[in-house]
Design a protein around this ligand. Structure first.
Ligand code: ZN
Length: 136
C-alpha cells in the first residue's frame, strides 16, 4: 500500500490543523475547537481590536504593539483599500461614493509614495465645509 504523502505548506507552527478545521466547520462546531494554549512557535497575526493583535493559532499570541513592519502595514492597508474600492464599485454612483473613492485613491497615492500628504487636500464633509468657508 503506497504511503500517503501529506504536503506541509504553511505549517511552520503548531496548531495549524486546528485553525484550518475551525475555518471549514460551521460556526457552532468551530467554537468547540479552541486555539492552542501553548505558544505555536510561529504566530500569524490578525487585529482583534483597535490596540490588540492576536495569533490565529494560539492563546499566547497577543500583543498591543503592531507585530507588522512598516512595509507590512502599508501592504495591509493597500489590500484593505483595494477591497473597499471593489465594494464601492458594486454600489450605485452617488456623491458620497465618489468622495470615498477619492479619499481612498489619495490615501493609496500617499502610501505608495506617488504623492505627498501635503499635496492631498483634506477630506471628509467637515474638511470640505472648512475649505469652502476659507475660499472666497
Ligand atoms: Zn501563535
Amino acid at each position: 500500500m503506497p504511503r500517503r504523502i501529506i504536503k506541509r505548506v504553511g505549517t511552520r507552527g503548531r496548531y495549524r490543523w486546528r485553525t484550518r478545521l475551525r475555518g471549514v466547520l460551521p460556526y457552532g462546531l468551530a467554537l468547540r475547537i479552541p486555539k492552542g494554549r501553548v505558544d505555536c512557535g510561529a504566530h500569524e497575526w490578525y487585529r482583534s481590536d483597535e490596540r490588540t493583535w492576536r495569533c490565529y493559532h494560539c492563546e499566547v499570541g497577543v500583543t498591543h504593539v503592531s507585530p507588522f513592519s512598516g512595509d507590512e502595514q502599508v501592504a495591509g492597508r493597500l489590500a484593505a483599500i483595494r477591497l473597499r474600492f471593489k465594494a464601492l464599485g458594486a454600489k450605485p454612483y452617488t456623491e458620497a461614493v465618489a468622495g470615498e473613492a477619492r479619499e481612498l485613491f489619495d490615501e493609496a497615492s500617499i502610501l505608495t509614495g506617488e504623492r505627498s500628504a501635503r499635496d492631498v487636500p483634506p477630506h471628509s464633509s467637515r474638511g470640505a465645509k472648512r475649505r469652502r468657508r476659507t475660499v472666497r
